[in-house]
Design a protein around this ligand. Structure first.
Ligand code: SF4
Length: 407
């Protein structure tokens, strides 16, 4: 079992450790072994290895030891085929784990392979947001070469994925010297035949007209724009560009280029020095910005980051109250977006199908990202996993919608 860990914030660290412990129990009960990999391991390998000796293999961001172990494992249980086939299977297993397709994640239960695949465009980040530990873990920005991105995408589609979700800490800046940028990359990915391409984590100052044209031509109408705040002073202390007014202008440009687009965002409250007036400004901004969905985090000081030792730390209880207020504003604003879809006929990608002729299934609209957004509860005919069906949205259920196939 491979547990891919996260070391970004305390909640993620705790969840990763809980997942490792679950995996150890489940794997060892059936004679299997556990590898813990990823960011948390990269950052705290020494402490983790001392505390959790029952884990069989530790690998941070270097996947070499994991690939080696998988290859050795495959050699001891060879299926039909030669040794190079065994190596290829081991490498493919590691690649699937890296893109999240097979990772144990937070559950040790057997899961159906998803119809989407994450494909990494880059790793690391040259920005230095004052609260963020990612550059400390991942290092400076490094683009993945286009040949590798295209190869990963092709492999994922070959394994049954229908949607490519492109990720990285700073996706909008992807380009490869002498090859081109996102316009060419998305066109080439589209030619591989996915039904949808989705680009996540667009930093607001990286979104320009050219990028919006590229999204309009090749991607779903979905813009994932981590804004974090609207009060200029808070954003400046965070080390981030812009303010509420600039962000509203950007959102207007996004909606001109991508009519009906869902805008997803994340906001952070309780950053050192944040005042009640700053939170009022953020709530007013959310009312005008009308995100379709947004996450709210309370500031979580991470060792080694400048914000951890800034003056004006906000008590946890105050930050929680602010988060509740901002969440309520988001829920109100978002309801308008989803209510606006009721009565419309839209494409739905079936994620969990049914073989019954008139059954119930679960899918997603193009404006719902996998894993983080709501889902579409489908009723109707021919709802096989991986199919793209036309369905009429009939109701909103919180952040989910209900839809019925049109034919
Ligand atoms: S842009 Fe994202 S990954 Fe980079 S430092 Fe800021 S929050 Fe961290």
């Amino acid at each position: 079992m491979i547990v891919n860990t996260c070391g970004f914030i305390d909640a993620a660290k705790e969840e990763s450790i809980a997942a490792i412990l679950d995996a150890v129990t489940a794997a060892h009960a059936r004679g299997a072994r556990v590898a813990a990999v990823g960011c948390l391991v990269e950052r705290y390998r020494g402490e983790l290895a001392a505390e959790l000796p029952e884990v069989d293999l530790w690998a941070g961001l270097d996947w070499g030891p994991l690939v080696g172990a998988l290859a050795a494992e495959a050699r001891t249980t060879p299926a039909a085929g030669d040794r190079s086939g065994v190596e290829a299977r081991a490498t493919k297993s590691a690649a699937r784990a890296r893109t999240g397709a097979d990772a144990a994640g937070s559950s040790a239960a057997r899961r159906v392979r998803p119809v989407h695949a994450y494909v990494k465009l880059s790793d690391g980040c040259d920005r230095r947001c004052a609260y963020c530990a990612i550059p400390l873990i991942k290092g400076v920005y490094a683009a993945v070469p286009p040949t590798e991105i295209l190869r990963e995408a092709e492999a994922a589609l070959g394994c049954g994925a229908r949607e490519l979700v492109l990720v990285g800490q700073d996706t909008s800046r992807w380009e490869w010297p002498g090859w081109g940028g996102l316009a060419r990359l998305l066109a080439e990915l589209e030619a591989l035949g996915p039904v949808w391409i989705r680009l996540l984590y667009l930093q607001p100052d990286g979104v320009d007209e050219a990028l919006l044209e590229t999204l309009a031509a090749h991607a779903v109408p979905y813009v994932d724009l981590p804004l974090q705040h609207a009060a200029r002073g808070v954003l400046q202390r965070m080390g981030r560009a812009g303010d509420g007014e600039a962000y509203l202008r950007l959102l207007a440009a996004i909606r001109r280029a991508l009519p009906g687009a869902a805008v997803r965002s994340t906001f952070m409250v309780g950053f050192p020095g944040e005042t009640e007036a700053d939170v009022d400004e953020l709530v007013d901004f959310i009312v005008e910005a009308r995100p379709a969905v947004a996450g709210v985090f309370t500031f979580d000081p991470q060792e080694g980051t400048p914000a951890a030792s800034m003056a004006g730390q906000v008590p946890a209880a105050v930050a929680e109250d602010r988060a509740a207020r901002v969440t309520a504003a988001i829920d109100d604003a978002a309801a308008g977006y989803w209510d606006g879809l009721i009565g419309r006929e839209l494409d739905v990608l079936v994620e969990q199908g049914t073989r019954r002729p008139d059954g119930e299934a679960v899918g997603r609209l193009a404006v719902q990202a996998p894993d983080v957004d709501g889902r579409t509860l489908l009723t109707g005919r021919r709802l096989r996993r991986g199919r793209l069906v036309r369905a009429r949205v009939v109701a909103r259920l919180g952040y989910d919608v209900a839809a019925t196939t049109a034919d």
